[in-house]
Design a protein around this ligand. Structure first.
Ligand code: C2E
Ligand code: MG
Ligand code: MG
Ligand code: MG
Length: 287
């Protein structure tokens, strides 16, 4: 009996495995057609300061297959494996730049917009120049953009020179998912970054778990010592928010405030009219 049960579960495992592989292969195939097919969209999640004023927004990529959204955590790794992330990443960056220009033309006061960048993209020769060209063609200053790079991917020292190119081109750099990648202090000190994003893993239990609270407080103290800003992601409750404000975090992003939104919804609910800019106002009144 044991033997047949064993064989049964083995077969079950094989079926599950082939099913999962088939889905991955199918997803990968569909991903190849996604960019030419115009299937990607960007949504924007507001970042607020301690006064709940919008001071930033993160652009997040969305993709659906047969009407069902596929989480970025599933398709981004596939895109990285296949190299598709390179053209996709350029599309993301260009779309975000155009969106900034469009919001401005509509008369909104546009905060700094953060764009996620994969290290596969960073390794492309001439990456900083390519981004600079795209931003300039869209009429957007590099200083209005932040490039988010995941901590675990930044440990490779060969990337420091590229990070410096990006900084010299005028972009601000942010270390995403900070705390998950074991950066040494020496490396952190040498990286030309201007902000750290505390990973939502540490924010989630900050109210109940003294260890997570200590980690968040330490990241804030470290950032202060190095002159970096701290952004907290995944803020879902008032209690989490209040603790993070007390620790000195400057920016907050999470469902307590808003999920990632379509560009027009972000503008309507989270941006303010650029009253100081008569030209932008005129455009807005016309429409
Ligand atoms: P990330 O850059 O760390 O983005 C934050 C993730 O947290 C987003 O997931 C966001 O929707 C989610 N989030 C926001 N507020 C909350 C909250 O209060 N609670 C919880 N539990 N989650 C919250 P999303 O959009 O699914 O993206 C997942 C990851 O995929 C991103 O993590 C980023 O690493 C990657 N990604 C997304 N868009 C792009 C892109 O354009 N390029 C690249 N290279 N990676 C991207
Ligand atoms: Mg990010
Ligand atoms: Mg993050
Ligand atoms: Mg994250």
């Amino acid at each position: 009996a044991t033997k047949s049960a064993g064989r049964g579960s083995y077969r079950f495992y094989i079926e599950e495995f082939t099913q999962a592989t088939r889905t991955r292969l199918e997803l990968r195939r569909r991903l190849h057609g996604a960019l030419p097919g115009g299937e990607f969209t960007l949504v924007y999640q507001p970042q607020l300061n301690h006064l709940r004023q919008t001071v930033g927004a993160e652009a997040l990529l969305r993709w659906s297959v047969d009407g069902k959204p596929v989480p970025p955590d599933e398709f981004i790794p596939l895109a990285e494996e296949s190299g598709l992330i390179v053209p996709m990443g350029l599309w993301v960056f260009e779309s975000a730049c155009r969106q900034v220009a469009q919001w401005r033309a509509e008369g909104w006061q546009v905060p700094v917009v953060s764009v996620n960048v994969s290290t596969i993209q960073l390794r492309e020769p001439g990456f900083a120049q390519a981004l600079l060209g795209i931003a300039q063609r869209a009429g957007v200053a590099p200083a209005s953009l932040v490039l988010e790079i995941t901590e675990s991917q930044l440990l490779d020292e060969s990337l420091y020179a590229i990070a410096l190119d990006l900084k010299n081109a005028g972009f601000a750099l942010s270390i995403d998912d900070f705390g998950t990648g074991h950066s040494s202090l020496v490396k952190l000190k040498r990286l030309p970054v201007s902000e750290l994003k505390i990973d939502k893993e540490f924010v989630r239990d900050i109210v109940v778990d003294p260890n997570d609270r200590e980690i968040c407080a330490t990241v804030n103290a470290l950032a202060r010592a190095l002159g970096l800003e701290v952004v907290a992601e995944g803020v879902e409750t008032e209690a989490q928010w209040q603790l993070l404000v007390k620790m000195g975090c400057q920016r907050f992003q999470g469902w307590l405030f808003a999920p990632a939104l379509a560009p027009e919804d972000l503008a309507r609910h989270w941006l303010r009219p650029a009253v100081d800019d008569p030209l932008a106002q005129a455009v807005k009144n016309d429409s």
